[in-house]
Write a protein that binds this ligand. Structure first.
Ligand code: FAD
Length: 702
């Protein structure tokens, strides 16, 4: 019989964000302008845990755990009304300013205490969490808790079943789904979607109002990594994202849309992608600069000004630029600077200008993802970015690949795609992805070779593996990045530092983050954001085989079934017509996409492919191979037509590199209208036949 701990969090209600929630001068969000709500996915996690308890006959205890300020106890009462047995609030001022590592560590210690205090030290328990919280969108804390506890980590769960006294979980994987049964308990589950609402009962609501909640403070949990000091990453700046580069123009008729499609197809320019694809700012290491006092590459304008002020002052006072100053000289300089600097910052700047190499020395690595002998497109995109970073830092690029059997042909492709070295870790137990075994192999390589940077794709696999490895190796991790830059940060005595930019609060703000207290700077990055390099089959590189010791004890789950797409869709087509849940059924999907594909290929004279949202695939409208998006395929056609698709981030990531996006949706407030170029508000059943007719008329020259 299992017990359950559900992690819940109070978050700002991002649906209520408007322009006046931002400080106009700093661009930062004024948190107090937004009401607090329970993080939606945590509510779904609670619902799944309650279902798991029911499946085992109502036995076992369900304890809620939240970390936050004292008022966060509201979410505990919310859960108690919906069947939780107890609520624990982890609260202490000392926890403030924590990143994910310094959040996971005290939460894991609180779990240990709950297991002692409530479960009689029984190891048979599940920690059930929402996959991510809307304020951070990092999805890192639950795997990091799993790593601290040595627990099985089962991410992206969408369903649970109970058979022969054992739980089985359906989880999202790239291109499909998988059913697994854990072979090790305790386990941490992250719930990606569980649409079974949980209602409060009258009796539980009465109990919840009076219930005494347990409070744990810093001294109760004895965490080793807390607050700012325990964090491995630091926020450099927060700012509002650029407005979408998409045009977002409403059209008034099907005829107008047909004309626009033809016009955009023929025009070369089309519109720019809406994800941050700014070109990389050039960077040169101090060792390659003519003058070590040249601070062109500072992240911080103030640091740049301070260094040049100091430089000019040294010249004016006739003091040497190239050697350490004596205490007397420094005192004179400080006096002359008229206390513009504190003595410490003067030391920081002097230290920084004496650094010649990168503060994080080493190779620039990418973690490869592959399936059935084919390297994932995201790996090549990351490699393209890694090449830029490596050129700036004067370092080689490396790709780390795990698996079993022949990986040589893929290694050669990676070399052609920009890798200087490919590190292969082959073992029969690495045949399929098991986070427990994989994180051990990756962490082993990271500790041995100490790369300066390690990038993972922000895929279902990458977002599971990266936090496990980062916690295990003690390195900071930034999730879901859309931009990387290299800068100096002299006031922190850092040179050649990786600045990692990512969206937060559901894309309403952007944050730039850097890694600290680490040996490797780690990040996951969104697929479809960076450009792969053109293959150069004449490139040469080195293949390095690494051994790893693994046994059955390193396997955490049994894969019962996997359903993934075959590669049959022609997503290199210049035009793609996709249907979403809004097309409602298979015959309608076939009719609407089929008639448009025929009319478009006749009119434009090119091959046109069909596509679908994940929801359409899950409703059986079309096979999995046609799914577009984060866990489907990322596409980059000239024209993308979205029929009855809402515009969820996971779908839009997959079409970010499309030149022109057209959308038809019945809901005037559909999110896709803010992320497309041209749209029609209305019913696809009515508009699609009209567009088809207009295209046919056009072809006949009417
Ligand atoms: C980890 C993870 C990975 C995911 N990966 C992907 C992925 O790769 N690809 C993907 O697509 N999703 C993915 N999703 C799911 C994603 O979050 C959305 O649930 C999904 O994209 C929604 O599909 P949809 O827009 O078809 O359906 P819905 O969101 O239900 O939208 C249907 C739309 O149809 C409109 N509509 C209804 N009737 C009509 C009509 N008659 N005419 C016109 N419009 C109509 C509605 O207004 C609505 O906007 C993922 C989710 C998770 C958690």
């Amino acid at each position: 019989m299992s017990n359950f701990i559900v992690l819940v969090k109070q978050v700002p209600d991002v649906k209520k964000i408007s322009d006046n929630c931002f400080n106009p001068e700093t661009g930062t969000l004024i948190r107090s302008k937004l009401p607090s709500v329970l993080n939606d996915l945590d509510g779904q996690a609670l619902s799944m845990a309650a279902q798991m308890k029911r499946l085992q006959g109502g036995k076992g205890m369900l304890v809620l755990l939240t970390m936050g300020p004292p008022m966060a106890d509201e979410v505990l009462r919310y859960g108690l009304k919906r069947g939780a047995d107890a609520g624990v609030l982890l609260t202490d001022k000392a926890f403030g300013g924590a990143d994910t590592v310094a959040t996971a560590n005290p939460l894991a210690e609180a779990v240990r205490k709950i297991v002692r205090d409530y479960f009689d030290d029984s190891p048979d328990y599940y920690i059930v969490c929402g996959m991510q919280s809307v304020d951070g969108d990092t999805a890192q804390v639950p795997p990091q808790i799993a790593e601290e506890l040595g627990a099985t980590c089962i991410t992206y769960v969408t369903q649970v079943e109970y058979a022969d006294g054992q739980f089985e979980f359906t989880r999202i994987v790239s291109g499909g789904s998988q059913v697994i049964a854990p072979v090790k308990i305790p386990a941490v589950l992250t719930v990606a979607k569980y649409d079974t609402p949980l209602f409060p009962s009258f009796a539980a609501s009465r109990r919840a109002v009076k219930a005494t909640l347990t409070k744990f403070g810093k001294d109760d949990v004895k965490a080793t990594l807390i607050g700012l000091d325990g964090s491995k990453t630091s926020v450099f700046k927060v700012f509002q994202p650029d407005k979408s580069a998409r045009k977002c123009i409403p059209l008034s008729s099907a005829k107008e849309m047909a004309e626009k499609i033809v016009e955009c197809f023929k025009s070369e320019g089309a519109s720019a992608p809406n994800i941050d694809q700014k070109t990389f700012t050039a960077y040169t290491l101090p060792s390659n600069r003519k003058n070590p006092w040249d601070r062109t590459y500072e992240a911080n304008q103030r640091d740049s000004e301070s260094v040049s002020f100091l430089h000019d002052l040294l010249v004016e006072m006739g003091l040497p630029l190239e050697r350490e100053l004596s205490a007397q000289e420094k005192a004179a300089l400080w006096e002359k600077a008229n206390k513009r600097f504190s003595k410490n910052s003067l030391e920081d700047i002097f230290a920084a200008v004496r650094i010649t190499g990168a503060s994080f020395p080493g190779e620039i690595w990418v973690m490869a993802e592959h399936d059935r002998g084919v390297v994932h497109a995201a790996t090549f995109e990351l490699l393209g970015k890694a090449c830029e970073l490596a050129e700036a830092l004067n370092a080689p690029t490396g790709v780390l690949m795990l698996g079993n059997g022949a990986m040589g042909p893929m290694a050669k492709e990676l070399i052609a795609g920009g890798a200087d070295k490919v590190y292969l870790v082959g073992h029969p137990l690495l045949e399929q992805f098991d986070p427990f075994a994989w994180r051990k192999a990756v962490a082993g390589a990271v500790v041995k070779f100490k790369p300066a940077i390690l990038l993972f794709g922000a895929t279902a696999q990458g977002r599971t593996l990266a936090p496990l490895v980062s916690y295990r190796t003690g390195n900071g991790l930034t999730a879901d990045c859309t931009g990387f830059d290299i800068h100096d940060f002299s006031s922190r005595r850092k040179v050649g530092l990786l600045f990692q930019t990512r969206p937060a609060l559901g894309g309403n703000i952007m944050a730039t983050i850097f890694t600290k207290n680490s040996t490797t700077q780690m990040a996951t990055a969104r697929p479809g954001v960076f450009k792969r390099r053109v293959f150069d089959p004449s490139r040469t590189g080195e293949i390095v085989n690494i051994s790893v010791e693994l046994s059955d004890a390193d396997i955490s789950w049994k894969v019962l079934r996997t359903e993934v797409a075959g590669n049959t869709a022609n997503f290199h087509a210049e035009v793609i017509v996709s249907g979403g849940k809004g097309v409602r059924n298979t015959p309608n999907y076939n009719e609407l996409t089929g008639s448009l594909i025929k009319a478009l290929s006749n009119t434009l004279g090119v091959s046109v492919e069909k596509g679908a949202s994940r929801a359409a695939v899950e409703h059986g409208f079309v096979e999995r191979a046609y799914q577009v998006g984060q866990t489907g395929t990322a596409v980059s056609p000239k024209i993308y037509l979205a029929l009855g698709i809402s515009g969820a981030i996971q779908h839009m990531i997959g079409i970010a590199n499309t030149k022109t996006i057209f959308a038809i949706n019945i809901d005037p407030a559909a999110p896709i209208f803010k992320q497309c170029d041209y749209y029609l508000v209305g019913n696809v059943d009515e508009f699609v036949p009209e567009i088809v007719k207009a295209l046919e008329d056009f072809k006949r020259g009417k």
